[in-house]
Design a protein around this ligand. Structure first.
Ligand SMILES: Nc1nc2c(ncn2[C@@H]2O[C@H](COP(=O)(O)OP(=O)(O)OP(=O)(O)O)[C@@H](O)[C@H]2O)c(=O)[nH]1
Ligand SMILES: [Mg+2]
Length: 685
């Protein structure tokens, strides 16, 4: 200590170090106190402290801390600022939790002996459920907390009655820990916030999607170019000031200038979405965005497509109106047809635009429009409106005219429908929350259910089908990959059939062409049907499990039997490409079938080997997209019900206790909800 009564810097450091150590010990004691009150199933300490003792210990801890601070202050020592963000620490722990659950997979257990086959689906399901929960917490922590439900609701003041009920639901979900309803609430808020009528633009790479949207919003906001450009779906919405919102898988969303869009959206600066962007929203003060319209620019489809194409396909069923662009300078492909078909199957109205119409003469334009309409009608049996458009010079009036006459009126009408649909969703959420509260109350009053067997069975059933997702996903990706190699098998089959008929002197030249095409199509269809059946079976199993759970719980939002299978929609068509063969029957057929077959095979390989191989490669890729899209959609639809059922089942079969205070609070919540009569679910409207 110097003559002024102050310690030197080494003394101060020593003091600070020891105080920090003591504070660490006090934190340990605090965690002992917390743990004796915690609901951990693996408590470390026996709860031998009385509530009074705990309180007194806490008070002493507070006093020791206050005095340490006092001493430090008197010596002019300021405690250092913490530099580890709590969110980071929580997320690191969650990563380890995720790994630990993954280590419980049947595969990982094999090292300790064979796992009985009958247990595997349930075990897989258990791991899947646990990891999904861990991931949900992690995503929640990564979200910008400023973007929390509460804040979002505050910004939605104008939604009137619905807002009041939503606020109440948000509070109850938070207060009562009903985390299973967070995703439903989030979906409703998404819809309300975007107030959405989502008009999405689809089409092959470089068909002019981004240019079209730039013209509509009268701003060069989206990057355009000749190579594949757009890599991440981009939403464009109206706002008073221009700004860009980018959300990421692994960190908080960022707000920035619209000029930085290309850094996140383009294949050049964000190849394969390396920056892990989950959502891009461009806010612009454009007049055409006024009526709650959201335009969505999507990554291009087709053989040149980037990884973003899978995301485009996954997003497709969610839009309200689809615009499919076909470059006037190229021909209509199978891919274009299948995009139109997917929209139709998802009951989404579609327009087909012949883009870059400026490169065609007026007559050619008309001819092309006629040709495209006819192709769609003959190949898909659909009537889709086709319009020529352009973004160049005076030709842009085509695009403006189409937008004013076709799109604006639809947007206006749709707003009413969107509002009705949101009201129904809010009503359904309210019912589900009420059901959860009633169960909590029932358990508190009467204790856990006695006849738990059928509840447990429903729980196990749900878990086992959840486990099948992983299995079917891996299997179907492998199967679509195998289809890519089937080209030569199809040709070999065709060669065998041609050889047979030649040796029997039956087939003429045109017959060979027909045999080849039939074999190519049949081989592709066999592989594809296997995949289709397996995924449809899964959908059926999932539906059954949901129905079992719903009836065990006597739930009102019971899904129909057909519900999930209807998401397994028709497979993409196989397109053999220009597989034209010219074969002439030769006299060596007298040498027998084997020689003839080999000879035909060689000819086929030479003439169409590459084309066929490419066709199967392409088809395999399309099927892999289809599988991913279908399974993602199934998972989403399944979880929409299953999350709430699992939580209810767990409540009914678990050992959780509810205190008297909590019971009163639940009663009060139920009362508040019943007083808010303004929103009634669908079946009561
Ligand atoms: N002649 C003509 N060219 C156009 C028109 N619209 C777009 N282009 C050109 O077509 C190319 C591709 O345009 P983009 O708007 O980037 O196409 P995209 O469909 O968004 O492409 P991806 O994002 O890669 O899928 C660019 O070179 C544009 O200049 C048009 O109306 N007429
Ligand atoms: Mg683009």
């Amino acid at each position: 200590m110097d003559s002024n009564g102050f310690l030197n810097s080494s003394h101060k450091l020593h003091l600070l170090t020891n105080f920090k150590y003591v504070d660490g010990l006090l934190s340990d004691i605090e965690s002992v106190l917390v743990s004796s009150a915690s609901k951990s199933p693996f408590p470390k300490y026996r709860a031998d402290l009385s509530p009074v003792q705990m309180k007194v210990i806490r008070d002493y801890i507070a006093q020791i801390r206050a005095q340490m601070l006092q001493v430090l202050k008197s010596q002019g020592i300021s405690p250092p600022e913490p530099d580890i963000p709590a969110t980071r620490s929580v997320r690191v722990d969650l990563v380890f939790a995720d790994i630990a659950f993954d280590e419980c997979r049947p595969d990982a257990l094999r090292g300790y002996g064979e796992v009985p086959r009958s247990v595997i689906p349930e075990l897989n399901g258990l791991v899947e459920e646990m990891r999904s929960l861990v991931r949900k917490v992690s995503t929640y922590v990564a979200e910008d907390l400023g973007e929390d439900f509460h804040e979002r609701l505050k910004r939605l003041e104008s939604t009137g009655d619905e807002n009041e009920l939503l606020k109440t639901l948000e509070r109850i979900i938070g207060d009562r820990g009903l985390v299973e309803f967070r995703s439903a609430l989030s979906t409703i808020l998404d819809r309300l916030e975007l107030n959405t009528f989502q008009v999405a633009v689809f089409g092959r790479v470089s068909s002019g999607k981004s240019s079209l949207l730039n013209h509509i919003i009268a701003m060069d906001a989206l990057p355009v170019g000749v190579n594949p450009i757009t890599a991440v779906p981009t939403r464009i919405v109206h706002a008073a000031e221009p700004r860009l919102r980018v959300a990421f898988v692994d960190r908080k969303p960022e707000i920035m200038e619209v000029a930085r869009l290309a850094e996140f959206v383009s294949e050049e600066f964000n190849p394969g979405n390396r920056k892990h962007v989950t959502r891009i929203v461009v806010e612009l003060p454009s007049n055409r965005l006024h009526d709650g319209v959201v335009f969505v620019d999507t990554p291009g489809l087709g053989s040149l497509a980037t990884t973003g194409a899978a995301e485009t396909l996954a997003y497709l069923p969610q839009c309200d109106l689809g615009i499919v662009l076909v470059d006037a300078g190229s021909t209509l492909t199978q891919e274009d047809l299948s995009t139109v078909q997917s929209l139709y199957q998802a009951a989404i109205p579609a327009f087909l635009l012949l883009s870059k119409a400026d490169i065609l003469s007026v007559e050619d334009r008309e001819r092309s429009v006629h040709y495209v309409s006819q192709q769609i009608s003959t190949q898909l049996g659909l009537n889709v409106s086709v319009f020529p458009v352009s973004t160049r010079g005076e030709h842009a009036s085509l695009l403006d005219g189409w937008f004013e006459h076709e799109i604006q009126p639809l947007c206006e009408r749709h707003q009413e429908l969107a509002q009705q649909s949101t009201r129904r969703k809010i009503g359904a959420l309210r019912e589900a929350v009420e059901a959860a509260l009633n169960v909590k109350l029932e358990i508190a009053e009467e204790g856990p259910k006695k006849d738990r067997e059928h509840l447990r069975a429903a729980e196990t059933h749900l878990r086992s089908v959840t486990g099948k997702f992983e299995e079917v996903n891996a299997w179907s990706l492998r199967a679509s990959d195998e289809i890519r190699q089937l080209g030569w098998i199809a040709l070999s089959r065709a060669a065998g059939e041609i050889a047979d008929s030649w040796c029997n002197k039956k087939t003429n030249v045109s017959g060979a062409q027909e045999i080849v095409l039939r074999n190519l199509t049949e081989t592709a269809a066999e592989g594809a049907n296997q995949i289709f059946n397996r995924i449809r079976d899964l959908a059926q199993d999932l539906s059954n499990a949901l129905v079992t759970a719903a009836s065990a719980l006597d739930a009102k939002d019971r899904p129909g039997h057909e519900d999930l299978t209807s998401f397994v929609k028709e497979l993409p068509r196989f397109d053999p490409g220009p597989a034209k063969v010219t074969l002439r029957r030769f006299f060596l057929t007298i040498l027998g079938r084997t020689v003839t077959k080999r000879r035909v095979e060689t000819k086929l390989l030479k003439q169409i080997g590459t084309t066929v191989d490419e066709a199967f490669q392409r088809y395999g890729k399309m099927l892999a997209f289809w599988c991913r899209r279908t399974l993602t959609e199934l998972h989403r639809q399944f979880d929409a019900h299953a999350d709430a059922y699992r939580a209810q089942l767990e409540r009914l079969t678990g050992t959780g206790k509810t205190g008297a205070e909590e019971t009163d609070a639940i009663r009060h919540d139920l009362q508040t909800l019943s007083e808010l009569h303004s929103i009634r679910p669908m079946h009561q409207m």
